[in-house]
Design a protein around this ligand. Structure first.
Ligand SMILES: *Cc1c(COP(=O)(O)O)cnc(C)c1O
Length: 348
């Protein structure tokens, strides 16, 4: 019998609402969200618009819906989105941009999910009737498959300015923008400056059970609202879940630094053990990858041995695992996970 999962490092989505968060949810004032009558949702939208330095914001069920609505607003069929080859919008959203907005991707190879304005410039198509129309530049802060790396705000500003100069929209998948803000010490609005649309996930490091908030100009939001209804994203007494978001922005934002510390702690304990290499070499936030190329065991075997100890990591490939820290794993649990892992791979 496999024991229950006690230390879950598969993703920062595996958090459960804390008793205090649940208490805030139960107390929420609610109304019909679809009629703009839910005061808690309206408060959350205003709070996120303010944090992201945008005119307006919109509560949605998921981050994926935020990305898809943004592309639906920015693109017409046949348009092209420039994004990193390892971007979530390209590889992990069921090809939504092409299936829904009719857009295609032009992907940029990157080491860590971060690209430069000059690379975008080289990828923008010359306006010709036989070419796709370059329409959006999409960045991911932090870059998930880039090992949780943080885009410097200067690079983000250059990319946004270049997009504007060429008549493209700049979009930020900010699933972990809160992590980037805490890691860099610069507010979220410093990261989104110059962007046409950006969003944050409530259900990742912030620890909420559900939800994401998409922000942009009021003109963008008029169109986004239309798509929210069309896709079935409009809700009713959604204030109960928006209350979790407000609670999280108040209590769970600054503490993300602990998750970053725990990820660094883990990396320090396992790097080199049994031939395992940690990527990135300098862990930036709460995500890291384990390269098992030079290890005797493959990722699937290591994962099932870990499961026997009630520990779960992500399996990303035959020789690649992912570890994500979050508010439901303590430093002590991270130490235990590292110890179990090094023992399994024969490093100690
Ligand atoms: C999780 C994630 C998403 C999608 O968010 P959901 O709320 O799970 O739909 C998008 N982009 C990145 C980088 C993510 O990590």
């Amino acid at each position: 019998m496999t024991p229950p999962i006690e230390i879950d490092l598969i993703s920062d989505t595996s958090t459960r609402p804390s008793p205090a968060m649940l208490a805030a949810m139960v107390k929420a004032r609610v109304g019909d969200e679809q009629r703009d009558e839910d005061p808690t949702v309206l408060e959350l939208n205003a709070r996120v618009a303010d944090l992201l330095g945008m005119e307006s914001a919109l509560f949605l069920p998921s981050g994926t819906m935020c990305n898809q609505i943004a592309f639906l607003v920015h693109c017409r069929p046949g348009d092209e989105i420039i994004a990193a080859a390892n971007a979530h919008v390209f590889g992990s959203e069921g090809a939504g941009a092409s299936a829904l907005a009719g857009a295609q991707f032009r992907t940029l190879p990157t080491a860590n999910g971060v690209f430069q304005a000059a690379e975008v410039e080289a990828a923008i198509r010359a306006p010709r009737h036989r070419s796709p129309r370059s329409r959006v530049v999409s960045v991911e802060q932090t870059a998930n498959r880039g090992g949780g790396s943080v885009w410097p705000t200067a690079t983000l500003g250059e990319v946004a300015a270049l997009a504007r100069a060429h008549g493209l929209a700049a979009h930020m998948d900010g699933a972990r923008l809160p992590n980037a803000a805490v890691a860099s010490g610069e507010p979220m609005s410093a990261h989104t400056r110059g962007f046409d649309s950006a969003w944050i996930d409530l259900s990742k490091g912030l620890g909420c059970p559900v939800g994401a908030v998409l922000a942009g100009s009021s003109g963008f939001m008029e169109e986004a609202l239309f798509w929210k209804h069309r896709l079935g994203g409009a809700m009713r007494q959604a204030g109960f879940i928006a209350a979790a978001g407000l609670y999280a922005l108040e209590h769970n934002l600054q503490r993300l630094a602990e998750d970053h510390d725990n990820a660094r702690l883990f990396a320090g304990l396992v790097d080199g053990a049994g031939g395992v290499a940690v990527f990135p070499a300098e862990v930036a936030t709460n995500i890291l990858f384990l390269d098992l190329t030079h290890c005797q065991l493959d990722a699937g075997t290591v994962a099932s041995r870990l499961r026997e100890h009630g520990i779960r990591f992500g399996v990303e490939g035959a020789r690649r695992m992912r570890v994500v820290t979050h508010l439901d794993v303590s430093a002590e649990q991270v130490r235990r996970a590292a110890q179990a892992f090094t023992r399994i791979v024969g490093g100690g």
